[in-house]
Design a binder for this molecule. Structure first.
Ligand SMILES: [Zn+2]
Length: 207
């Protein structure tokens, strides 16, 4: 059972399901944890921070020089803006939801997407308010190009995806970005038919 799932590639850790009470405490502490992460980021001279500082400086200089400073994306969190990742050519959809940037285009009956999850992003904090489910009910199939995403299932199992990494995640999970850089995920889906077309299980389980 455990070996079967481990072969999927991601580092999967079986942990005992945390009691509901501690989970609630954990979610209440998200803000302070984020603040701690920001402080940690400030202490380190991380490349992401250096890039952010450089782009801010560049913007000032270009304004001084009378050039049009590149306008940052509206509604995006600063950490997502800090990386210079160009718009996706061929995308028919560009959206920012809860700090997550989504760009998508069609390929036959499927879709190709590029998702950018900002540093500090957590599904249950940043996306759950926009949906009416307790967990993310999407299957995610694709390729993590940058960053690290930890996916947590209701039974406490954790899958760690650190770029570059193949991604195949079943519906019913929480997830968060680990580290100081945004996570960039290329995804393929067939909207409501994603699971059947890929032949994936409809939920995380140990058979
Ligand atoms: Zn499990």
């Amino acid at each position: 059972m455990a070996k079967k799932t481990a072969r999927k590639g991601a580092t999967r850790t079986k942990t005992a399901a945390r009691p509901v009470a501690s989970r609630k405490v954990a979610s209440r502490n998200v803000a302070s944890r984020k603040a701690a992460t920001r402080k940690a980021a400030a202490r380190k001279s991380a490349p992401a921070k250096a890039a952010g500082r450089k782009s801010a400086k560049t913007a000032t200089i270009s304004r001084r020089a009378g050039q049009a400073a590149k306008r940052p994306m509206k509604n995006a969190k600063p950490s997502a803006r800090a990386v210079a990742i160009k718009d996706v050519g061929g995308a028919e959809v560009r959206r920012d939801i809860g700090g997550v940037r989504l760009e998508a285009g069609r390929a036959g009956t499927g879709r190709i997407k590029r998702m950018i999850y900002p540093a500090g992003y957590k599904w249950s904090t940043d996306t759950k308010p926009f949906v009416d489910t307790d967990y993310c009910m999407h299957a995610h199939v694709g390729f993590l190009v940058q960053g690290r995403i930890d996916v947590v299932y209701p039974d406490g199992c954790v899958e760690v995806f650190e770029a570059p990494h193949i991604v195949a995640v079943t519906p019913g999970h929480d997830g968060h970005v680990v580290g100081n850089e945004p996570a960039v995920l290329i995804e393929f889906d067939f909207e409501s038919d994603t699971i059947s077309k890929f032949g994936m299980p409809d939920a995380h389980r140990h058979d």
